[in-house]
Design a binder for this molecule. Sequence first.
Ligand SMILES: [Mg+2]
Length: 305
Amino acid sequence: MPRFKKELELAIELVRKATQIAEWFSKKGFESFLKLDQSPVTLADFASQIYIVSQLKEYFPDDEIIAEEENIDLINIKAEDLIKQCFNELNLKKLKNVKENIRFRGKSSERQWTVDPIDGTIGYQKGLSYAVGIGFMIKSNPKVCAIAVPNYNEKLLAIFTAEEGQGSQVSYNNKNFNPIRVSQNENLHMIRLCHSLHYDQPWVLNFAKKIGIRKFIQIDSMAKFCKVAEGTADLYIKPLDAVHSFTWDFMPGDLIVKEAGGNVTDINGEHLKFKKEKCLWTAPGIVASNGILHKKILELYQSNH
Ligand SMILES: [Mg+2]
């Protein structure tokens, strides 16, 4: 029996609505900005987060929210009007104060939500793949997640979900959710490796080629974790740096892969830990695999690095 049914249902609804917001801005056109760390953010990122946070606040007012965007100064009056127009046309709840939802973080609580309003913003800007990810934790332990990936298989919207102890699932029609499992591939030379479309990561590709990997799947966003979870990829290696290791980026993918029977660790073999907005690790790389390959990949990394 699912323990967090309401949380899961809300997460599914919110990631679905958030993709509608993102698609609305895609058609309408959107402004892009650069954040302090030089990563891009668009008006759609803000609109998506504003909607998600406003709903979390309404349904779970005592919970804490850990969300990516915070710079309300980027939203001028024109932008605010555009966000209101979007919500209006999509029949979403009207908000009196749009901007206050950007920085709203709820109360300090052992019940925490993580929100990535648009993951893979570069992919989104280019009309390629992106994702919306929401996670729910108790005392920093992942319990529930939902990841929406528009333009997934045959251009359909895929919604992936997982709950601790209940497995992972996917839906392509907004109704039926079917269980997914990682691949059973044990053969190193048959590995299908997921890696980023828009970020250079020479060590990952060098390492992969060195150990004989020949099949590469390039896709933006946390959808790479979904590929491993559903068994259409066997491995995903993600380089990290201390500045860009956020809970909203990795908590949903961590749960999706593990609940589908796979494994996720850093390259030392330690499980990821989450502390508020920070994803903690002992070495700067994440390995998500079908589980069977995991130990071998870590050993090969140690002896080839
Ligand atoms: Mg984001």
